[in-house]
Design a protein around this ligand. Structure first.
Ligand code: DQA
Length: 143
């Protein structure tokens, strides 16, 4: 069975309570439930990890090479700062899709650049929790 790695970056464990006007009221547990439901329909397995630590995310991606056929990632704040996560994705050769709940281009200047976008197949943003299921669907199409 195909295995997909899902990574939620820093502070996404607080979804539902964290700035709901920007990120919505849906919790991470609810997002993961929707992802698992969609994955089941397509007969793929998900490994879902949330981490607030850049090095941990780098390690996970580094070890993903022969384990996972795809990566769905919301790098959260690391989107705008992490050359290390970018390099881990490009070095892994894994097919990846980036997702964001908010449309980062409509927000503060510092959020408008993603260091990750250039090393993924595509990015889904601005649709709240739905960005994740749309992103998974796009990733499955590519696979
Ligand atoms: C985010 C956008 C980032 O700028 C922010 O740091 C996040 C969440 C999003 O999903 O909209 O934590 O990745």
């Amino acid at each position: 069975m195909k295995m997909i790695l899902v990574i939620h970056g820093p502070n996404l464990d607080l979804l539902g309570k964290r700035e709901p006007a920007i990120y919505g009221k849906v919790t991470l547990t609810e997002i993961n439930r929707a992802l698992r439901k969609a994955a089941k329909k397509h007969k793929v397995t998900l490994k879902i990890v949330q981490s607030n630590h850049e090095g941990e995310i780098v390690d996970l991606i580094g070890k993903s090479r022969n384990k996972f056929c795809g990566l769905l990632i919301n790098p959260a704040a690391y989107t705008h700062t992490s050359v290390a996560i970018r390099d881990a994705i490009s070095g892994s050769g894994i097919l990846a899709v980036e997702v964001h709940l908010s449309n980062i281009h409509r927000r503060e200047e510092f959020r408008r650049q993603s260091l990750i976008s250039a090393v993924v197949s595509g990015t889904v943003m601005g649709f709240g929790a739905k960005s994740y299921t749309l992103g998974l669907s796009a990733l499955l199409d590519l696979l």
